[in-house]
Design a protein around this ligand. Structure first.
Ligand code: ADP
Length: 221
């Protein structure tokens, strides 16, 4: 069945730890040891913190990269919006993200860190999309393109996917049953009633749908 929207996979923290372990094993086998880790905000932060633990690294720094475009989506050009937050002079540095898709964020972050005087820079991601312009030195798994819904981005992604379903269906209200059916048709996503009620409360909190909540999902005027 052809989907009406992008194919999505919902990942949980067991998936994340599995890919993080796969990545860490590759670092260990390579016998290259980082002195410092740089997490790319926002997507790379959780992975970066986990690698500090798995690889025994105490220095954790950040850079922030945003994608600026007409619609403020990731179609836009990557831009470094917060430079490196720590001293990497003379250190072996591992730059970490969640996924390499276009590869722009990691390319830009690695170039920036290289300009800050380190001894050596390598890169790592949990997932690598086959065909990406940038291949990290270490990654947990290679996959075909899909939109990966990270546990740290669950409510943000579901809010935007559900908003797109409302737009696609050109309706202002739907039942939970209808929404479940559309999430399958649009994105191949299957969620539990508990997950849906938490998303509904979140969208009410954001003011995207009406709050206080009743049975229907009703877009706020
Ligand atoms: P990178 O330069 O690290 O390869 P991109 O520039 O392609 O990454 O994308 C920037 C950020 O957008 C990623 O770090 C990730 O948080 C998010 N992202 C991009 N593609 C995907 C995807 N297929 N699934 C989930 N998140 C994605």
């Amino acid at each position: 069945m052809e989907l009406k929207g992008p194919l999505c996979y919902v990942l949980d923290f067991d998936d994340i730890y599995n890919y993080a372990y796969q990545t860490a094993i590759k670092v260990k086998r390579s016998e290259w040891r980082p002195d410092a880790i740089v997490g790319i905000a926002r997507g790379g932060w959780v992975h970066a913190r986990i690698q500090c633990d798995l690889l025994g690294v105490k220095d954790l720094f950040s850079v922030k990269i945003d994608h600026w475009g007409v619609t403020a989506t990731k179609d836009g050009k990557a831009k470094l919006t917060c430079p490196l937050t720590g001293d990497v002079v003379g250190k072996r540095v591992l730059v970490i993200d969640d996924i390499t898709d276009t590869g722009e964020s990691l390319t830009m972050a690695v170039d920036h860190v290289k300009s800050c005087g380190p001894a050596d820079v390598k890169s790592a991601a949990l997932m690598h999309i086959a065909g990406s312009k940038f291949t990290p030195d270490y990654y947990g798994v290679e996959v075909a393109w899909a939109w990966e819904i990270w546990p740290w981005n669950f409510y943000e992604d579901l809010t935007s996917l559900i908003t797109k379903i409302f737009q696609g269906e050109k309706v202002k209200e739907m039942s939970t049953m209808e929404l479940k059916k559309h999430l399958r048709e649009y994105n191949n996503i299957v969620l539990s009633d508990d997950q849906l009620s938490k998303i509904k409360a979140h969208m009410g909190f954001l003011g995207t749908i009406e709050y206080p909540l009743d049975k229907a999902w009703r877009l706020k005027e």
